[in-house]
Design a protein around this ligand. Structure first.
Ligand SMILES: Cc1ncc(C[n+]2csc(CCOP(=O)(O)OP(=O)(O)O)c2C)c(N)n1
Ligand code: SF4
Ligand SMILES: [Mg+2]
Length: 306
């Protein structure tokens, strides 16, 4: 029996909401993939994924895709425009009764931070402005991961990337995409992380019953780009939440609500010191000033909330 047929039989036997492990060149311990697995478990196969160029496009190797519904590849800037085309086509088919309501699909954009915070921001803004009925998942590994972790609009201050290598790392600051998206007043918006599966699943369940633009940003711990052993991925994700670096929150009906308060907050240093991209803060000499500045930024955020 050919490998293709064996793979197809394996695929057919899996539960219908399960994202197939595709055997494609994804890194072990990928936090983005971890979140996507849980999201897919809740959303299921009645979906069409519109995937902008990035790590997750590596999931699909022709003629296979691990998505049990449909999948469309787009350029980095245009996934929301692709989503608009698919939504319009589905609506026309429904209106003309060429498909039944039960055959309708959820249109789901999947992009990295390079696309969401940068190249695709304008297309996303337009889609929200048009009140497009879609879900957008941004997996945020804080850099252009697929091309070797160059800095993006999501890179945190002081992190080392392929394009910010000095003793102080990246000189810029991570964009507040949550606030930028919230300013568009989408139907739903939340931050999530794969290491908090209950919080994540509750948010996906909630957005399933809402129409309009539903936006998700998941922090995606990335062993390859953040330089740590893949087995540390879960720990690093949890530390991001416990230290207050990654607030879990949602925007609904014009209000922002935090869904998990990190009490008591652990020092940001606990999160930083596990990652090679911040190693210059600790070696050859501890950079007390920069570590304090990073802590102060996080404290400033929570001081306004608590
Ligand atoms: C306009 C354009 N510029 C550059 C590229 C090359 N490219 C492919 S994937 C990628 C990185 C995308 O980064 P991000 O959206 O954060 O996804 P990640 O790779 O981190 O998963 C780049 C730069 C491209 N496909 N299109
Ligand atoms: S580079 Fe990072 S985001 Fe990309 S597949 Fe590897 S672990 Fe995942
Ligand atoms: Mg990225």
């Amino acid at each position: 029996m050919s490998e293709t047929i064996t793979e197809y039989k394996r695929w057919k036997d899996l539960p219908s909401t399960h994202l197939l492990g595709s055997g494609t060149p994804m890194c072990a311990g990928c936090g983005g993939l971890q979140a996507l697995h849980t999201i897919y478990d809740v959303l299921g196969e009645k979906t069409v994924f519109v995937n902008a160029a990035g790590c997750m496009t590596m999931l699909s190797v022709y003629p296979f895709t691990p998505f049990r519904g449909s999948w469309l590849y787009t350029s980095m800037a245009s996934a929301p425009a692709g989503a608009q085309g698919i939504r319009d086509a589905l609506d026309i088919l429904l209106e003309q009764k060429r498909i039944q309501k039960k055959e309708d699909l959820d249109v789901v954009v999947l992009t990295g931070d390079g696309a969401a915070y940068g190249m695709g921001l304008s297309a996303t803004s337009g889609a929200m402005e048009r009140d497009l009925n879609f879900i957008y998942i941004c997996y945020d590994n804080e850099g252009y991961g697929n091309t070797g972790q160059q800095y993006s609009g999501a890179t945190p201050h002081a992190a080392k990337t392929a394009t910010s290598k000095g003793p102080r790392g990246f000189a810029g600051y991570k964009k507040d995409l949550f606030s930028i998206w919230a300013a568009h007043k989408p139907a739903y918006l939340a931050t999530i992380i794969g290491t908090e599966p209950l919080d994540l699943a509750q948010k996906i369940e909630k957005l399933k019953d809402i129409k309009g633009p539903r936006m998700l940003i998941t922090l995606a711990p990335c062993p390859t780009g953040w330089e740590y052993d893949p087995r540390e991925s879960i720990d690093i994700g949890r530390l991001a939440v416990k230290s207050g670096v990654w607030p879990l929150k949602e925007y609904i009906d014009g209000k922002v609500v935090h869904t998990k308060m990190p009490h008591p907050r652990i020092p940001v240093e606990e999160y930083l010191k596990k990652q090679g991209r911040f190693s210059h803060l600790f070696k050859p000499k501890r950079n007390k000033k920069l570590i304090s500045q990073l802590q102060a930024k996080v404290d400033e955020y929570w001081d306004k909330i608590e």
